[in-house]
Ligand binder design. Sequence first.
Ligand SMILES: Nc1ncnc2c1ncn2[C@@H]1O[C@H](COP(=O)(O)OP(=O)(O)O)[C@@H](O)[C@H]1O
Ligand SMILES: [Mg+2]
Length: 158
Amino acid sequence: MAEKERRPRAPGAQLRLCVQPDPKAGGYVRQAVIAFAETQGTLDDEVIDLVTAIGEALANAIEHSRTEEPIEVAAWTLGDDRLFASVRDRGVGFTATERTRKPALPEGFAERGRGLPIMRKCTDVFSVRTAPGEGTRVTLGCHFHRAVARTHAQRAAG
Ligand SMILES: Nc1ncnc2c1ncn2[C@@H]1O[C@H](COP(=O)(O)OP(=O)(O)O)[C@@H](O)[C@H]1O
Ligand SMILES: [Mg+2]
């Protein structure tokens, strides 16, 4: 990791974005979250996993919510070392099951169904609130320092 100075944090700062359900929104949201996280004193390595999870939640909102309503993305810090984000759509929602709450990777060659397990694996806090007709809100959170440890462990494992 490049040596980068940690910036002082702005207490209580939040990022709020509203984007159209368009695949092109993905890059903008990722960059905005990374830039926000940097203003909060995190280093790039520390937010990669959270940004990956946000990307999956956003992809689901775009792909599955079946609405033209904008998607709301928020990010905020909690205490000294936790970064949270939420992705909210006002679309069709779905029926949450035990598998939604604790999603596991599907068998070998399954084409779909990896987004929720990726979100869970990439974060320390993962929750989905959804119901048919009520839209979906995914909340994701990471400890900065744990995120670094996980990234390094994964690199070491090849
Ligand atoms: N925002 C959402 N709106 C509606 N349905 C969703 C949403 N997010 C997830 N789902 C449902 O959960 C399923 C599993 O999501 P995911 O694990 O990302 O797999 P995939 O996107 O490949 O189907 C989706 O196929 C969809 O039925
Ligand atoms: Mg998906």
